[in-house]
Design a protein around this ligand. Structure first.
Ligand SMILES: Nc1ncnc2c1ncn2[C@@H]1O[C@H](COP(=O)(O)OP(=O)(O)OP(=O)(O)O)[C@@H](O)[C@H]1O
Ligand code: NI
Length: 325
């Protein structure tokens, strides 16, 4: 696991060919083509100016409110977006552009998704079998039994069809699938809601084990608390943009070491801190603004923030998109 990511992010672009990061997103944007009022075509942008890097052995948490574009990013990486999606920017796996063809080849093998929805399970296949089908090694059944035991799933659960499983059990089956897949990059989209404390700890430990084994993990969550328990660095999303990339150690005290006002607000909203709610709400999807996406809720916004969008820059070993950080 590494914590010197900020300099590494910048350096790694310069020495791209020699030692590229496991996974990179650069200036990525995503819009949907829509038809309004008959034949008039419009586009709605849901992700813009998104950057992030995941190194081998690193757990990167992507934290953001509901609707900030987290699942869409996950689906974009896997290449499973609806037809009307328009993508721009680059996604690179091991320094090479992820083309749709490459995505099909890597999906489920090198890059594995723990989807947010349990509907992703095959309704016609028993739980144990679903997990066995992604194992490439021998002794599929033994490996599946072992992971089920670790994830708190009984041998009876393995013989059940998805509709016979509770929501929490189904989530654990999905997580088991990614864990045994042998993928180098695991994208976990909200793998923890509805898990009891014991299974939550198991899931977190398992993510850590995968990282120790050299895999890169993208852990998508809206819960900054669980992100801080497991991740090496935290990428904060707001309205489809990365507003900050911070080290876990930066989250302490009153958030003095954090850079973006939104990240500080998220930290101070935690029950163990001030429990101060964040006033206002995220701008709706498709909202086009000249200025900073957080400006309407920001306590330190100036006139500049209403007129211009800040670019990302490195501040104090982290990355921030704010004029006043
Ligand atoms: N096919 C689509 N066409 C138009 N808009 C879409 C489409 N799919 C998703 N969106 C919109 O894009 C935004 C981002 O959605 P996304 O599911 O990525 O959010 P999220 O951050 O994963 O939220 P949550 O925490 O609730 O899972 C949402 O406002 C959603 O309504
Ligand atoms: Ni989501």
């Amino acid at each position: 696991m590494n914590t010197s990511y900020a300099t590494k992010d910048v350096d790694s672009r310069a020495v791209e060919d020699e030692n590229p990061p496991l996974f990179e997103v650069e200036n990525f944007s995503l819009a949907f083509r829509q038809f309004r009022g008959g034949f008039q075509e419009t586009t709605v942008e849901v992700i813009s100016k998104l950057d992030l890097t995941i190194n081998e052995g690193e757990i990167v948490a992507v934290v953001g409110a509901s609707g900030s574009g987290k699942s869409l990013l996950a689906n974009a990486i896997l290449g499973v977006l609806p037809e009307n999606a328009i993508l721009n920017g680059t996604l690179k796996y091991k320094g090479v552009n992820l083309t749709p063809k490459k995505q099909i080849r890597l999906r489920g093998k090198e890059i594995s998704l723990i989807p947010q929805s349990v509907n992703a399970l095959d309704p016609l296949m028993k739980a144990g079998k679903q997990v066995q089908t992604v194992i490439k090694r021998k002794q599929k059944k033994a490996i599946q039994r072992d992971i089920f035991q670790k994830m708190g799933l009984s041998t009876r659960a393995a013989k059940r069809y998805p509709f016979e499983l509770s929501g929490g059990m189904a989530r654990r089956v999905l997580a088991s699938t990614a864990m045994v897949s042998g993928a180098r990059l695991v994208i976990a989209d909200e793998p923890t809601p509805g898990l009891d404390e014991h299974v939550l700890n198991e899931t977190i430990n398992h993510m850590k084990q995968l990282a120790v084994a050299g895999k890169g993990i993208m852990f998508i969550t809206h819960d900054i608390g669980s992100a801080l328990r497991v991740a090496d660095k935290i990428v904060v999303f707001y309205a489809g943009q990365t507003v900050e990339v911070a080290r876990v150690e930066d989250f302490k005290g009153k958030g003095e070491n954090l850079r973006h006002p939104y990240t500080k607000a998220l930290w101070n909203a935690l029950p163990q801190n001030d429990f101060t709610p964040i006033e206002g709400s995220q701008p709706p999807v498709g909202n086009v603004t000249l200025g900073c996406v957080f400006e309407g809720r920001c306590s330190i916004a100036s006139e500049l923030c209403t007129k211009k969008q800040p670019n990302s820059r490195i501040v104090n070993g982290g990355i921030v998109r704010c004029f006043h950080a």
